[in-house]
Design a protein around this ligand. Sequence first.
Ligand code: RB5
Length: 155
Amino acid sequence: MSITATQQTNNRVVLSSDHAAIALRLVIAAHIEARGWVAVDIGPTSPESTPYPQHGEAAARRVASGDCRFGIVLCGTGQGIMMAANKIKGIRCGVCADTFSARMIRLHNNANMLSLGARVVGEGLALDIVDAFLSAEFEGGRHAARVEMIAALEA
Ligand code: RB5
């Protein structure tokens, strides 16, 4: 099922990255704003090298607290910052390099964060992936029990 920003009670999306993905992150922020989302860009803005775990954590905490509905994080591959985000309780973050996976992590896994690799995907594909992620809605049903099993692993 497809959903738009205006159908969300919380339409805030937090964005963060390391130094490898600042330019793409800013493009994504503008793109989602144009689609009705509120982009909560928490940086960084400096091109200096900065470790991805702290930025993954900061974004994840915004989502876990309920301040933001979704999170989009980026690093060179998308892998490291995804791993960091997934250490925060309540976070389900998937790294995607294709639109099918981006849609499915919402439909089946109820992912609340998306990770992208700025050195992996080009700008056009990245924006399509973001659109696929943000417009898909969790199907629930048989998938709900499986997502609850993920949460049980955090206990
Ligand atoms: C930084 O060089 C790079 O390691 C980082 O952006 C990311 O790809 C890690 O997963």
